[in-house]
Design a protein around this ligand. Sequence first.
Ligand code: S3P
Length: 173
Amino acid sequence: MSHRNIILIGPMGSGKSTIGNIIARRLHREFEDSDHFIEERTGVDIARIFDVEGEQGFRDRESNALKELLGANGRVIATGGGSILREENRQLLKQKGYIIFLDTSVNQQMHRLRRDKKRPLLQTDNPRERLEALLAERRPIYLDLADLAVKTDKRVARRLATDIIDRLPESLK
Ligand code: S3P
């Protein structure tokens, strides 16, 4: 059986890894997380990559990781929030999978990321302002790419995963 990939896109703290994991388990698919894959490959965390190589260095690694992860079929893949920024990545995501956008409010992101120290883009005096700016820039791109857009607010992960699976095309289940 060769299913298309299921790809989760959306901002930091939208629950891509949590929801992706649940969906993968329920559909008996392999789960992959792009940030985690990059960390395993390099042996250092994302913050360190930003420090040493800058954001562009990280984005190059991210594009390579997406190519590799999307080289196979049948997976559930959680992408990093900025993976939709490059045209080459957007083409690849569209070609290689069914794209689900987890549409999240900045309030929910703030709540989920309140103790986060790992995300270099949030190491600023005003993380809320940063999240608002990133969402304003990226939300139209997420929406444009999405085969399915799901509001995530005030829903527990398991319910949300059930809802998403219900709405998937039969060919993916
Ligand atoms: C980023 C999101 C992060 C990670 C990096 C940059 C972004 O992934 O790739 O810190 O540009 O939004 P998550 O969306 O998994 O937090």
